[in-house]
Every structure is written in C-alpha cells, then in structure tokens.
Design a protein around this ligand. Sequence first.
Ligand SMILES: Cc1cc2nc3c(=O)[nH]c(=O)nc-3n(C[C@H](O)[C@H](O)[C@H](O)COP(=O)(O)OP(=O)(O)OC[C@H]3O[C@@H](n4cnc5c(N)ncnc54)[C@H](O)[C@@H]3O)c2cc1C
Length: 451
Amino acid sequence: MVNANSEVIVIGAGISGLLAARVLANSCETVTIIERDRLSQSGQVRPGVPQGSHIHGLLARGHEAIEDLVPGFAEDLLADGAASVEFLSETRISYQGYTLLQSPADISMAFASRPFIESRIARKVLALPNVRLLDGHTVQALTATPHGDRITGVQLATPDGERVKRPATLVVAALGKAGQALSWLDRLGYPRPKESRMRIDVGYASRHYQLPADVLGKDRFFFDGPHADRPCGLMIGVQENGTWIVTACGYGAHAPHRTGHSFHEVVARLAPAGVAERLAASPALDDIHTFGFPASTRRHYERISRMPEGLIAFGDAVCSYNPIYGIGMTSAALQAKALASTLEAGGRRLPQRFYRRAAPNITLLWTLSSTMDHLISEVPGRRPLHVQLVAPFLKRLLATAEYDPEMARTVARVVTFAAPLPGLLHPRLLVRVLHNRHDARENPVVGVRDD
Ligand SMILES: Cc1cc2nc3c(=O)[nH]c(=O)nc-3n(C[C@H](O)[C@H](O)[C@H](O)COP(=O)(O)OP(=O)(O)OC[C@H]3O[C@@H](n4cnc5c(N)ncnc54)[C@H](O)[C@@H]3O)c2cc1C
C-alpha cells in the first residue's frame, strides 16, 4: 500500500504528526501535512495545541528517539537556547512524597517549552524535499471507496472556506487526544476501538517568568509531585533563553484550575524556601494559563477486528496519558519508531501491523502512569490487585532512593525511560530496599482507595 509512488496525508502538525511525516518521507513520494492552525515560526503557543502553555518535559528516551528520527534535533535545540540540564544532579525530584538523592545519573535533558520543541522538529521535517505543509486548512472528513473498505483521501476546508477533496493512498490521523477520527470511522460504518479510560480529573495552572539563573540555587528543575496525602504538586523549570515556567497541578478538588486552590496558593505552599517571594517580586511574562485533563484514554486499535485500509491513528489520538508524568511526546516518538520499523518490514495490512508493533511501549507507558494515578486517593475507581501489591514496595523503594545514590540513579533512569523498568528489580537493589530502615514516616503511598 505504501510505496515510492504513494501520496500520503498526515493530519495534524503536532509532534506526532511531524514525526510520522518524517518517517513516511523515507518511503513515499510525497507527504502532505494538513494543519488547522497557521504554524508559528517563532515558537508561540497556537490554538490547536493549548497544552503548549504548560510545562513539557522531554524524557531521555523520547529525546533520543527524536534525535534518531530527526538527526541534529538535539544540537539545534541547544544552539537555539534550550537549557541543558543534568537530570538528578541539577534537579530536585520528589515522587509520592520522597525526594530522590541528588547524584549523577548520566542523563542530560534539554529543557524548553512545547512550542519551542515542536518548532525545532518542524523546521527539520518541513525542509525535507518531499514533505509539504498545508497550514490553515481543516480536515472535515475522510473519503473512501464506495464500499468503505479503503480510505482514498480527505475532504478539507481551505482558509477561504472552500471545500476540497485531496486524494491519498494513506492518511495518518495525528489529531490529538479528542479523537475526532472516531466519528469519521462511525460515518463509514466501522466499529470504534475499545477504550481504556481512567478518570483522573487533573488540573494545571502555569505561568512564565523572567528569573535569575540561580533562582533554585544550583538546580534547574524542581518537581514535587502529588501524592496520596497531598493531591497537588508543583513544577518549576528552566526554559529556553533563560525564561522559567512554574506549573501547579492537582487532582479533583485540589486542581489549581478550580477556584479555591489557586496557582499562588500552591506556589506558596510547595515552592522551596524563598522561591515564592522571588516569584512574587519577578516580572511574569504572561497571565496564568489553566488546563483541565479529565481522563487518560487509551484506544485499543491493536485489538480492532475490522478497519479500513489506508488509515492510521497516531500519537495522542491513540493514547493520552496523565500529563504529570511527561510521557506524551516520548510516546509519539516511540510510535514513530514503530511506524519506521513496520514500513521497513514491508507487507500488507500496514495499520494492523503498526498498531501491534506500537502496542508494547504504549502498554508500558500506560501501566506506569495509571499505577501512579491509582496511588492518589482522589482518583476514583477500584484499585487493581497489582497496585495494591506494588504500593508498599514502591514506598520502600522510593524511601531507599532518598539516601542511596544507586537507587536514586536507577529510579531517575527508569522514570525518564533511559533504562528499562526491570532495572529496579535488580537483586542488589532489592536487598537494599528490603533492608531499608530509614523510613520512619507515616505511609504516604498506601493511602489507596478501594471503592
Ligand atoms: C497540560 C499538558 C501537559 C503535558 N506535558 C507533557 C510533558 O511534560 N511531556 C510530554 O512528553 N508530553 C506532555 N503532554 C502531552 C503532549 O502535549 C502530547 O502528547 C504531544 O504533544 C503529542 O501530541 P499530538 O501531536 O499527538 O497531538 P497535538 O499536540 O494535540 O496535535 C494535534 C494537531 O492536530 C491539529 N488538528 C486537529 N484537528 C485537525 C483537523 N481537523 N484538521 C487539521 N488539523 C487538525 C491540531 O491543530 C494540532 O496541531 C502534555 C499534555 C498536556 C495536555
């Protein structure tokens, strides 16, 4: 289906759409990206990606995968002003109420805003000779063969409101988490994929500041995540060109986008000593932006029995995770890698083969984010058995990472996906967890609700 003469359409020029286009450009004659917004050259937040106003950490594994797909990305980011941060030795990270011991973990991360990261990927992808961008154009529907068994292209609205059909041998729908492609499938008479939906009711409130480089002392990133006893958290991170972002987050009634739990209250309560005062005395670069994220959603396209040829859902359209864990861009990059290897392997039924290849990483990311969410009492629903079993162990493990440099380093490498999860289960580390006598606190992790 995809060959050198193929005309491919990618809907959405977010990070997923751009990375999909990058991969497809290797095997297709032309790739046209159709984007509703006008793409910002200067890296401004745009209406189609409102999450761009909020903190976006690009995890080590995602960074590496994007660099593989778009060589030179990492160098461009830093050359253009992103901050290079040593994760753990220059970051203060607390999960579930435990602060990881600051020690070298051999993880360099680039810190920058979501629009800045996107615009650096866009610049490289759109420079490819066979990639075109139609921005300011909105896809309204898919077109298909009379029996609907194959997608033949899209119908779109031009900036002047004219309706135009555009043919394609393959359409990649990287439309974001809302799942607009599902209603297009409905209209063609196809079943929707089954959804795993976890109601989390997370809220964000963020603001950018011009701050001195030493606002956090030697640290460049502060993350005090929500936990069972305190379902709100705070992130303060350096961004491109010396700017900083401050993001308050919380679950349910503690979400700072709701009245009563304002951004300033969370900052005053959780910021390191003296930082709230420095923020109050510093010029803010924008207003406070808020974002509500009601649920994490995974659409199991890999299990669907009947689907048309010529359509692939991609990125957040397949799985969107709790933003607190900073996973979405990494998931997009890993899906792009799965698409590349599916294309390389060749054969029929590209969508099915792609979904099956992408599924294991999505399952891993989904399991990590949903397990952490189950530890928060505000998150409704029954706790699976594995969460009830894992919670006390996780508490001891994180408590060990407060004083044991090897454990802290291993946790840091696992949460940034620089190392695989089984690294945490190495017998040497397990022995240290079991012998940990240092944690005399109340149990902050096992406050799980089983309702
Ligand atoms: C508050 C928040 C914080 C986050 N923080 C992090 C983080 O720290 N780290 C991380 O890795 N991820 C984070 N994420 C997730 C991350 O933003 C996404 O996973 C990632 O950007 C990939 O998104 P995407 O490209 O699939 O979709 P999107 O970024 O939503 O892009 C979809 C694109 O499709 C376009 N579009 C939609 N409909 C049409 C149409 N009909 N026609 C044409 N174009 C259309 C939109 O305009 C948009 O450009 C966060 C998300 C949120 C909500």
